[in-house]
Ligand binder design. Structure first.
Ligand SMILES: Nc1ncnc2c1ncn2[C@@H]1O[C@H](COP(=O)(O)OP(=O)(O)O)[C@@H](O)[C@H]1O
Ligand SMILES: [Mg+2]
Length: 247
């Protein structure tokens, strides 16, 4: 995470056009996902098109089962598309090996899901420091401690996930996702398991990282007030993104 966060800090308002030379955070073209099961093929994504600019915050809303999580998994390179293309800062995620995708994620992406996926045998500090260490940060533990302090867990560094409440575990997951200062943040209903106060704190952190470091934020949410905090909202219906005039 070098100076790239500075260069994506454009300061543009949402209505101004991107400069021609700017590489989109995401460029998604005719993206398709089909599962083939015993009952036949199920089309989950039916040709999704979208462009998301660096530093832009985009909310994704839509009914349960419309394909929001599937789209986010593909955007994170965590699932293989059956068709179409998905470019993140110019890298075509549909044509990369698992190893290349893992490396790209480590360098560029912070991902926060509803379930925390913390490593139970590691303390909060170790959970946050490990990705930084893998990325080659020499001050991984200092940065991890700072990230945990920023989410209000400065007194919990040496606690294991089982010793933390759900809200605290989610904050550790958020510190882990944001400590490397990724230029892409993907969040799938990150406040779904949390009460109002914890949820609001998580959202303030996500939007704060976006504001302070220019990260592109893609936020799947059921909450209209959170979608309204984004630069724009996209609505999924039955495996497709609706055109803006229908959102
Ligand atoms: N591994 C899978 N195999 C078959 N169907 C799946 C799989 N994962 C998700 N689906 C189906 O894909 C559809 C979209 O799911 P999902 O992306 O989770 O929607 P959302 O996040 O909008 O609720 C649902 O009908 C779901 O049942
Ligand atoms: Mg979902």
């Amino acid at each position: 995470m070098d100076g790239s966060s500075q260069t994506t800090r454009t300061g543009r308002t949402k209505d101004e056009a991107a400069p021609a030379a700017e590489i989109p955070a995401f460029e998604i073209t005719d993206l398709r996902l089909t599962f083939s099961g015993r009952a036949g093929a199920v089309e989950i994504l039916k040709g999704v098109d979208a462009t998301i600019r660096p530093g832009e915050a985009v909310g994704i809303v839509g009914a349960s089962g419309s394909g929001k999580s599937s789209l986010l998994m593909l955007m994170g390179g965590l699932e293989q598309a059956t068709g179409g293309e998905i470019r993140a800062f110019g890298e075509d995620l549909t044509r990369r090996s698992e190893d290349e995708l893992a490396r790209f994620r480590r360098k560029n992406m912070g991902i926060v899901f509803q379930s925390f996926h913390l490593i139970p045998t590691m303390t909060a500090l170790e959970n946050v420091a490990t990705p930084l260490e893998i990325a080659g940060a020499e001050d991984a533990f200092e940065r991890a401690a700072a990230a945990l302090e920023a989410v209000g867990l400065g007194a919990r560094l040496d606690h294991y996930p089982a010793q933390l409440s759900g809200g605290e575990q989610q904050r550790v997951a958020l510190a882990r996702a944001t400590a490397p200062r990724p230029r892409i943040l993907l969040a799938d209903e990150p406040t779904g398991n949390l009460d109002g106060a914890n949820g609001a704190a998580i959202m303030d952190l996500l939007f704060g990282l976006r504001r302070d470091h220019g990260a592109a934020l893609v936020l799947v949410t059921h909450d209209p007030s959170l979608a309204a905090r984004c630069d724009r909202a996209l609505r999924m219906r039955d495996g497709l993104l609706l055109p803006p005039e229908e959102v």
